[in-house]
Structures are given as C-alpha cells and as structure tokens.
Design a protein around this ligand. Structure first.
Ligand code: HEM
Length: 182
C-alpha cells in the first residue's frame, strides 16, 4: 500500500479518511433513526413520504461515500495495527471488512427494495437513479426483509466496533481512537 507523508503518516489516519469515517457514521445514524421513525408513522401521510425520500437520499449518500472510502483505502492504505494480541488484530480486520460489506449491502438492499416496490429513487428529488429492475411483487417482501435483517446486523457490528474503540481508549490507552480523530 502506498503511504504519502503529507496526507497519511504511518501512525494515524489522514484527514480525508477521518472526515469520511465520521461523515459516514453520521449519515448511517441519521438514516437509521429516520428509518425507524418513518416506518412507525401510520397510513400514507405526506410527512411519511417525505421521510422515505430523505431516508433514501441519506442511504444513497452512504453508498457513494462507502465507495469513495474503499477507493481511498486502497490508494492510501491504513496505518499499521498498534501493538495488540494477534486475535484482536484478526477480529479488527474481520470487523472492518464486514462493516465495508454492510455499507454496500444495506443501501443496495434498500435501493432494490424500493425498485421492487415500483418506486424509482430520485436523488435529492433531482437526479433519477438507474431503474435496474422492474416492480416485482414477489421479490418486494423478500428485499424488505433482507434490508431490515442487514440493517440490524450492521447495528450489532457497529455496537461491537464502538465498544472496541472505547476499550482501546479507556482501558488499553493505546491511542487507537485518537488516530481516527483530527
Ligand atoms: C446506511 C443506509 C441505510 C440504513 C442504515 C437504513 C436503515 C433502515 C431502517 C432502520 C429501516 C426501518 C426498518 C424497520 O422496519 O425496522 C429502513 C427501512 C426502509 N429503508 Fe432503509 N436504510 C438505509 C438505506 C436505504 C436506501 C438506500 C434505501 C432506498 C433507496 C432504503 C429504503 C428503505 C425503505 C423503502 C424502508 C421501508 C421499509 C418498509 O416498507 O417498512 N434504505 N431502513
């Protein structure tokens, strides 16, 4: 992996990776909160429809930024793991890989669910996104369940990710959290 001293020093993440990390964290939190709130609104009110749109825009933004993050990671690399047991290094690598997979799988399942329901996604109400499949009443409930299952899987892994970061910060005091802060 390439490491350029200007943006990425060997011991910590660069500013771009840090900004992308916290922006994606914020957008996932917002998409999740809105998702939970919107599905609980009874009937088909204008507010509910607006929340559905916002939810989709947030989710599509997560997808685009996840792609950017992955490209950035391949280009710039990541700082080497701090001194910790081998099983923790492996657990961290698996956890991060799963988070990347879910940053794609969660928005994509929502996107295809929306298409299966016959509702094309118009990003920010301006840019129509590709209609990659026809409305499909058979796939619709399957994709809905897939979206929900993947979302709650992601929630569990994010919780572990968060607890690990806090353990490194407050118990191990090894600077792992600080290298993801500006
Ligand atoms: C990181 C991205 C995303 C997160 C965290 C997320 C999260 C959620 C959550 C928590 C729910 C409520 C699930 C429940 O019933 O408990 C939901 C529902 C939904 N999501 Fe997403 N979502 C994301 C991306 C997307 C995208 C990109 C789309 C479409 C373009 C989408 C479309 C939907 C739809 C249509 C529902 C309503 C399901 C129903 O009919 O009950 N989501 N999402």
């Amino acid at each position: 992996m390439m490491n350029n001293d200007v943006l990425e020093t060997p011991s910590r993440y660069g500013l771009t990776a840090i900004l992308l990390h916290w922006l994606v964290a914020l957008l996932i939190g917002a998409a999740f909160a809105l998702g939970v709130v919107m599905v609980d609104i009874p009937g088909l009110t204008p507010t509910k429809l607006r929340y559905f749109s916002w939810h989709k825009w947030l989710g599509v933004s997560v997808l685009a930024l996840a792609a950017l993050r992955l490209l950035w990671r391949w280009w710039r690399g990541v700082p080497p793991a701090v001194d910790m047991p081998r099983w923790q290094q492996q657990a961290s690598a698996i956890g991060h890989a799963l988070l990347y997979v879910l940053m794609f799988a969660v928005p994509l399942s929502g996107y295809f669910y929306s298409l299966a329901a016959g509702v094309p996604v118009v990003y920010f109400g301006v840019w129509p996104l590709p209609v990659l499949m026809e409305a499909d009443p058979v796939l619709k409930p399957v994709l809905k369940q897939l979206h929900i299952t993947l979302v709650y899987t992601m929630l569990v892994i994010i919780a572990v990710h968060l607890l690990a970061a806090l353990k490194h910060h407050f118990i191990d005091r090894d600077g792992v959290l600080k290298r993801m802060l500006p």
